[in-house]
Design a protein around this ligand. Sequence first.
Ligand SMILES: [Fe+2]
Length: 200
Amino acid sequence: MPGRDKKLQRFIDAIEAGIQARAADFPDAMLMASRIFLAMKDIGDVDGKNTPARLDTCGHLESAYHQAYKGPDPIPGLTDAFAAIEPALAWNRRPEAAQVAGDFYNNHANAIIVGKGGLEVRQDVLIGVSLVAPEITYPRHHHPPEELYVVLSPGEWMQDDKPMVAKRSGDLVHNPPNVWHSMQAREAPLLAIWCLWINE
Ligand SMILES: [Fe+2]
């Protein structure tokens, strides 16, 4: 079985470091985080059959990186590690995007990093990325798996239908199972990594 690509390993280590850096602020998320990164010590199917693809929205990546590089450590390092694997990702739209009114369809992009369609396929962990163009709202959604986002570039975030809250580079957003959530880019594009524990 082939080993894990060094760039992917560096990204996984960097996302773990980004989460650990905020462990004291988000204790409720740490059980899931430790499960994820313990599981990730075993390598899944790295025979990635995904075909790299970009969407027009990916033109906002540089601007999002510019914001992320201004963030606290270890976010600049995480941004570098992400930028190194980004050319290998198959960017796509959210599956239900065509049903969303307004400009969302052509102004967002998602990619799976770990999971089906990503660089390493496995059944226990799903890691991906969302990019949202300036002034665009990512629609309210929910899902059974618990989820942890790492915010790379700033934006507004909603949880449990409460008012939007500003999140800065390096902040975490922990969504318990099935809680409603959404995010909104302001003048800068919003870039965030998400991790889900799907093994139950
Ligand atoms: Fe989500």
